[in-house]
Write a protein that binds this ligand. Sequence first.
Ligand code: SF4
Length: 184
Amino acid sequence: MKKDNDRMNPIARYLELRDRMDELSARLTALHGENITCREGCTACCVNFTVFPVEFHAILSEMERDGVKPESIPFDTTATCGFLHEGLCRIYRYRPIICRTHGLPILYLDDEGDAPEWRVSFCELNFTGEGSVEFTDETLLDIEEMNAELYHINREFVASLHEKNYHENARIALKDICQKPEER
Ligand code: SF4
């Protein structure tokens, strides 16, 4: 039982972080109005992502709860993300946090140069018109803060596992949810 609790706590924390991400996404989308042109059917940001183990197992847990068999979800190896089907995401309800940031203006730390610099990035299809909202702490998604929280939750999750031996920086291809249970 202790083992189950250890395992569930980080997953519950991950799901809480994901809910907060959804709330922030809704708030920023409303705030930026027509400057965010994301719509159903646009797949410009969809590529095959990797995720932390906590996210991978949280997605599997939710699918199991809902009676969804991940190994029966078709995966299109020719698409930019194999979960795309006719412009829609087959796992939209379960999609990872990275997919929930699509289109938002993101504050990130660029450490490629001599000295790290804070920069803003967003999809080139967005913020093309007049009258953009000024970018401030209140109108941006601080991706470094969110990633730091996700990293810590994942580290706890990985440390709590007994049946798997993931490195704390391990990433798993999201497509691996489609593998047979014994191969995941
Ligand atoms: S999982 Fe869904 S939302 Fe995320 S990149 Fe793939 S198709 Fe797009």
